[in-house]
Ligand binder design. Structure first.
Ligand SMILES: O=C(O)c1ccccc1NCC(=O)[C@H](O)[C@H](O)COP(=O)(O)O
Length: 195
């Protein structure tokens, strides 16, 4: 059964929208960019988020201590490494009991074996097209998160062509740069109904 992660949540209205339709994961971005949250903001959103929905923290080459603090404070329970984090960093997170998703942005950042618990294959930020089945044909030993240019309109066709463990979406459920509750609901329904 493919799961769905809604990433880049920023406001309590975003949280209300996801609580309503219950995706399998929620994503808080700590990396620089327009979705960036402070730890205080993430802690506030976590308090509003349905306790059954795990929250994932997205980091790009952040210090280990920063990632661990976000977990220890309770903002997130899973770390998504979206930069060039080393195997040693990933193992240190795991040693502290934190599950890790390692993201690879294809084609610029080719997949390589990783000790992470999950692998994310992501098309470039701002890419117009999802990754193709040929690009997804990697020797993975972990469950796959598929990200990049996925929308409520294209996700069913993508799922017919490949069956990732998790569909990951952020900009694909936004309108004019803000999370759109209707698009979130449609995306979650399309993924959950496909199963
Ligand atoms: O969202 C950001 O600002 C961001 C910044 C730095 C690294 C990763 C970032 N986001 C990752 C994601 O939101 C998702 O994992 C995924 O790439 C979403 O893709 P899309 O739906 O095309 O936005």
């Amino acid at each position: 059964m493919t799961k769905i992660k809604i990433c880049g949540l920023m406001t309590t209205a975003d949280i209300a929208a996801v609580n309503h339709v219950k995706p399998d994961y929620a994503g808080f971005v700590f990396a620089a960019g327009r979705h960036q949250l402070t730890l205080v903001q993430a802690l506030n959103l976590r308090q509003h988020l349905d306790s059954a929905i795990p929250s994932v923290g997205v980091f790009v080459d952040a210090p280990l201590a920063t990632m661990l603090t976000a977990v220890q404070q309770g903002a997130i329970s899973i770390v998504q490494c979206h930069g060039h984090e080393s195997a040693a960093t990933i193992r240190a997170l795991q040693h502290a009991g934190v599950p890790v998703i390692q993201a690879f942005r294809l084609p610029e950042q080719p997949y390589h074996p990783t000790p992470a618990d999950y692998v994310m294959l992501d098309s470039r930020v701002g890419s117009a097209h999802p990754l193709t089945p040929a690009q997804l044909d990697q020797p993975l030993r972990q469950p796959l998160f598929l990200a990049g240019a996925l929308t409520p309109e294209n996700v069913t066709a993508v799922l017919k062509a490949s069956r990732p463990a998790v569909i990951d979406v952020s900009r694909g459920v936004e309108t004019a740069g803000h999370k759109d509750p209707q698009k979130i609901a449609q995306m979650v329904a399309n993924v959950h109904q496909f199963n």
